[in-house]
Design a protein around this ligand. Structure first.
Ligand SMILES: Nc1nc2c(ncn2[C@@H]2O[C@H](COP(=O)(O)OP(=O)(O)O)[C@@H](O)[C@H]2O)c(=O)[nH]1
Ligand SMILES: [Mg+2]
Length: 208
C-alpha cells in the first residue's frame, strides 16, 4: 500500500545489553524473559507512530503505517560475524547500537568498533569501496543507553557513560559524513511505551 513505509533497523550491541528485550517491547510483548540470542532474528511490526495523532486530519502522516523491520542479533563476540551478513542481507537503514551502564565499558567499546567494521564490510568487502559508499550514505546511528533504572534514571549519568565511547563515535562521524546521529536514554524494562515509540519516531524523522 502506498501509505506504508519501511524502516529497516539493525539492533546491535554487546551481549546482555537488552537488544532482544527492546524488540519484545516494540512488539508489545512482556520483556521480562529473554533467552540468549544465537542467530539473526527478523521481527516485523506494522505501526502507526504516536506522533501521527497530532497531525491534522488532512495530513497523510496521520494515516501512514510504518513497517518496522527489526533485525535482532547475537551479542556474543564469537557470533558477531553474523552482524555483517544481517546488514548486507537486509540493507539496513539504520543501526540501533545499545549500551548498558551496568556492564564494563571496554567490552562494549570493542562491540561498537566491531559494529563499525561489520557495517562497512556489509557495504563492500573492498575497504576502499566501502569507505567510498559510506561517504555518500545517508544512514542513521542511534546510540541507546539502556537500563537507566540501574543508575536511578539519571540522564546526566547516562550521557557521561556515553562519553566513554566518544572516540569511536567520532570515527563513525568522519566515515559517514551524511549520517544522522541520535542518542536515547531509556529503560527498556520500565519506560512507558511512549519512550519506546520515540526511538522509532526519531528513526522516521531521520529517514523520511
Ligand atoms: N535492569 C534492567 N534490566 C534490563 C533492561 N532491559 C533488559 N534487561 C535485562 O537484561 C538482560 C539481557 O537482556 P536481553 O534483551 O536478552 O539482552 P541481549 O543479549 O542484548 O539481547 C535480561 O535479563 C533483561 O531482563 C532494563 O531496562 N533494565
Ligand atoms: Mg538477545
Amino acid at each position: 500500500m502506498v501509505l506504508d513505509r519501511d524502516i529497516r533497523l539493525t539492533i546491535l550491541g554487546h551481549t546482555g545489553v537488552g537488544k532482544t528485550s527492546l524488540i519484545k517491547r516494540l512488539k508489545g510483548e512482556d520483556s521480562a524473559a529473554t533467552e540468549k540470542t544465537m542467530d539473526i532474528v527478523i521481527e516485523k511490526k506494522k505501526m502507526v507512530l504516536l506522533s501521527a495523532a497530532k497531525q491534522s486530519k488532512i495530513s497523510l502522516e496521520r494515516y501512514r503505517k510504518y513497517n518496522i523491520i527489526a533485525v535482532d542479533n547475537p551479542g556474543d563476540f564469537k557470533l558477531r560475524r553474523k552482524w555483517r551478513e544481517a546488514m548486507r542481507r537486509y540493507k539496513t537503514d539504520g543501526i540501533l547500537f545499545m549500551l548498558d551502564p551496568s556492564q564494563p565499558v571496554e567490552a562494549q567499546r570493542v562491540a561498537m568498533e566491531d559494529s563499525f567494521n561489520y557495517f562497512l564490510d556489509s557495504l563492500s568487502l573492498d575497504p576502499d569501496k566501502a569507505d567510498k559508499k559510506a561517504r555518500k550514505k545517508k544512514t542513521l546511528f542511534v546510540f541507546v543507553v539502556n537500563k537507566i533504572d540501574t543508575i536511578n534514571y539519571d540522564e546526566t549519568q547516562a550521557s557521561k557513560f556515553l562519553d566513554n565511547f566518544e572516540t569511536v563515535i567520532k570515527d563513525f562521524k568522519m566515515t559517514f559524513p551524511f549520517a544522522v546521529f541520535e542518542r536515547v536514554y531509556i529503560s527498556v524494562q520500565d519506560s512507558p511505551y511512549e519512550k519506546i515509540d520515540y526511538i522509532f519516531e526519531k528513526c522516521k524523522q531521520a529517514l523520511y
